[in-house]
Design a protein around this ligand. Structure first.
Ligand SMILES: [Zn+2]
Length: 187
């Protein structure tokens, strides 16, 4: 568990730097180097997508339009990590993080799934908060069909049909968002 938390704590500032470059760096080679530094944390065989698609010939005008977005980028917060025993991956970790913008800094926004690939612990899959139900798992009285009432949808990497048995929950920092705090305290 300590090793996984350390990996995530190394990942977060690299990802933040890459997002700052995504919205603000005119030099494409500098931007690509920052993205490579982040993708180093993704398992190479799992087709993990972390969102860094930008045209190579980004112009001044595009960067100017993204200036306000750039000002809202913040490092993500790690809330908690759950450890499972997965039938194929062995130790599987689900890390709950906030979003990359100020407005989502206190909320659950992504789950990074980490497992050991070779000698390293790497990201093998990513979930995002369900857009249809805003992560609530239900729409009115009805369970959300889009996310199977979980509040999360697959965003990239390995499609996991099971997590395996829950072995450990490590609470790192409680989310300020009241609904997420209830979820945080429930398991
Ligand atoms: Zn949903």
């Amino acid at each position: 568990m300590e090793e996984v938390i350390k990996v995530i704590e190394e990942f977060v500032p690299k990802e933040y730097a890459a997002w700052l470059a995504f919205y603000g760096e005119p030099d494409d080679s500098i931007f690509r180097q920052k993205v490579a530094d982040v993708m180093h944390f993704a398992a190479p065989d799992e087709d993990v997508y972390l969102g860094f698609s930008r045209p190579p010939d980004i112009g001044e005008a595009s960067l100017l339009r993204m200036k306000e977005t750039l000002a809202r980028v913040v490092p993500r917060v790690l809330f908690q990590v759950k450890r499972y025993t997965h039938p194929e991956l062995g130790e599987l970790y689900r890390a709950y993080l906030s979003g990359k913008f100020t407005y989502s800094a206190s909320k659950y926004s992504s789950i990074l799934y980490l497992a050991r690939t070779g000698s390293e612990i790497r990201i093998v899959s990513v979930d995002g908060r369900c857009i249809s139900c805003a992560g609530r798992g239900s729409i009115g009285e009805e369970p959300c069909a889009e996310c199977g009432a979980t509040g999360w949808t697959h965003a990239g990497g390995r499609k996991l049909t099971t997590f395996g048995e829950l072995m450990e929950v490590r609470k790192v920092r409680p989310p300020a968002n009241p609904a997420n705090l209830t979820e945080y305290e429930s398991e």
